[in-house]
Design a protein around this ligand. Sequence first.
Ligand SMILES: [Zn+2]
Ligand SMILES: [Zn+2]
Length: 357
Amino acid sequence: MRIRKLGSTLIVLALLAGSLYAFREPISLFVAKRVTAQRMSSNPIKDLPDGLHIAVCGAGSPMPDDQRGGPCTLVIAGQQLFVFDSGNTSARNINKMGFNAGNIQGIFLTHFHSDHIDGLGELLLQRWVSNSNAQPVNVHGPEGVATVVNGLMQAYSLDRGYRVAHHGEAVLPQSGFGAVPKTFGLQDDKATLVFESPDTQIYAFSVSHAPIHPAVGYKIKYKDRSIVISGDTTPSAHVEREAKGVDVLMHEAMSMEMMTILQEGAQLAKRDKLEQLMKDITNYHTSPVEAAQIASKAEVGYLMLHHIAPPLPLPGLVDIFLKGTDKAFKGKIQVAKDGDVLSLPAGQKSIQPSSRF
Ligand SMILES: [Zn+2]
Ligand SMILES: [Zn+2]
């Protein structure tokens, strides 16, 4: 009896699969139309509770990782949208998460290593065309930010002409193209206020990424919630000082143990210059255990590791990456992936993780 029932269920399922396959074109078209209309009219910022939110638009390093693009962090403070660093997948991931790049109100760079700026040109273009913006966006950074921004303005100047000629000034006003560099100074003994609006303060502070100078991290405060983004750094007393008591510390992390696998691979392949490069990389980053120790000393409740290196293509590698962190830090620890979101509603203590992918 049971076998006959199973047999008929399988026949029904096969018929269903067959008809789905036969009607795949109209079904796909229907879904595509619905999703497109939904996407174009949605504004996820309006749906989020008032507070501070982190959305990861790039959790990786320069090394290719399917789940982690180049460094990029979207921060939503109330109704304001900010971007911290713009790695190679920034514009794509911001769009994929359902946010409108046209609404970006400020971009902040930690330093000018290529992996932190190689998505910036495209992000500036998307910010212009996605909302017909008539004003360029401010790109904040330490000394050097003008070189980067002005260079990209130059590189995209032909494209600017093409777009205006094609769509017209009413759709794409020339004046909204690109960005204005905003250079800030740094103090050794305290963070510098680099942006302020009602309920929001953003501070920059120097970190230790020698021989790269300047290199900074950021503290973002909105109402009673706060986060610190470390930028690229070795274990830094400034990160620890600024992270004291914040809700979330986003810290870069590189597994030194796993980097030796890459060094050994290069050695076996007799690529000694690459081997040297892999060794050099390890001396200006922070291991997951060191990041956990900083989070513990700063008494932070939630540590999100990002700028993950090397890539973690297998689930078991995440466990190796985190080895020893549980002893160093008793709070919640998360290894970021693209699309990850942390929501910190104002007036509460809660931190709600989710994913937009
Ligand atoms: Zn760097
Ligand atoms: Zn980097």
